[in-house]
Design a protein around this ligand. Sequence first.
Ligand code: FES
Length: 252
Amino acid sequence: MSDPKTFFLDEEEIPFEEGQTIIQAALSAGKFIPHLCYHPEFKPHGSCKLCTVRIDSRTVTTEDGQSVKIPGRAAASCTTPAQEGQHVESEVPEILDLRRTLVQMLLVEGNHYCPSCEKSGKCMLQGLAYDLGVMDPHFPQYFSKREVDASHPDVLLDFNRCILCELCVRASAEVDKKNVFALSGRGNTKHLICNSESGKLGDTNLAATDKAANVCPVGVILHKRHGFEVPYGQRRFDIAPISDNPVQYAPV
Ligand code: FES
């Protein structure tokens, strides 16, 4: 049997199977790469860019003997196939800064009030913000005006927290085969919608057991009568940082 192929992630050798992306191989090897729109059960989407890494930077020596680093290309690790011998940088200052900026932009674009959100402590956006050391929003708050849809008997939608990852859209289409959710609009008017004549969730055939109702990484799709069942301080990212939990990262 031939040796497994490997690449290097922050100088650590990572085995991979043909066809695996960088993030798939990294997570399988227990190495966390931040992500929001990636989910192992769905086709990669490549929209949030939290998983950006730098590939194959190199150092050259100039005529006067100086070492100069030529940055490699930046790429989303969820859509980039792993390749033999590749050198991938993830936990480096430039990439960590980029991820912090992306998280800050997401935090100001929506209305994320963590202290009152029942997803606090198990929200991937909040978990990544803590992990990346985001201490403030940096950008002015956008204060987008968004509704809450409480029309469904079992599931509540709080659009204020949507990060447009499309996990619910993909889950509803690919797993549930219901197409309950979609994105509508462009640019800063892009938003999540429900596919029913009234536009209300209560007029769709979503069930609380559907994949789409259980895949939201933030606090948009919430189950009624279950909020705060696990108290703050005892939730998954209260107990261990998101980066300590590279494989069981799927939202709960
Ligand atoms: Fe790769 Fe979102 S996780 S772009």
